[in-house]
Ligand binder design. Structure first.
Ligand SMILES: [Zn+2]
Length: 147
């Protein structure tokens, strides 16, 4: 249920794995993944609190309440004292590389190409991004939360 939050943490630059709805991932395997990869578990499911690695603190854990997205993000940012980093791909969590217009000229509309000097190529899903109006909204929201 925290898919929105996962995307925003990626936009804020945090390596965020999301076990989406419908993905059949057991609590046990999520805890193992968190242990192996040094991840913090963010969940809306308090059942994890009964698991030993969570109880004894070897896996960082936070139960995120049902709140509007921006408030959820603010809680996580405050709790772990996060600061904004270079964005990751909101869709797939891939790292974004800055590329010149020439590298993506066949992949973006001509008007966009003309108006932007910087593009971002996702190393995961290979999508191309630029700082258009959609990004301005995302970035403005992050600024409100991160201050
Ligand atoms: Zn991607």
């Amino acid at each position: 249920m925290l898919g929105g939050l996962a995307k925003w943490l990626r936009a804020a630059g945090y390596d965020t794995y999301y076990a989406g709805e419908g993905t059949d991932v057991s609590d046990r395997s999520l805890i193992e993944k968190a242990l192996e990869e040094g991840r913090v578990l963010l969940t809306s499911d308090g059942g994890f609190l009964e698991r030993r690695p969570v109880r004894d603190g070897s896996v960082g854990f936070m139960k995120v309440p049902y709140l509007p997205l921006e408030e959820q993000l603010r809680l996580v940012v405050d709790r772990f004292a996060l600061s904004r980093r270079p964005s990751r791909c909101m869709e797939c969590n891939g790292e974004l590389a800055t590329v010149p217009p020439g590298a993506v000229s066949d992949r973006v509309p001509p008007g966009v190409l003309r108006d932007h000097e910087e593009f971002f190529l996702c190393g995961g899903c290979r999508r191309v991004f630029w700082h258009g109006s959609h990004w301005e909204r995302i970035s403005g929201r992050l600024e409100r939360v991160f201050g």
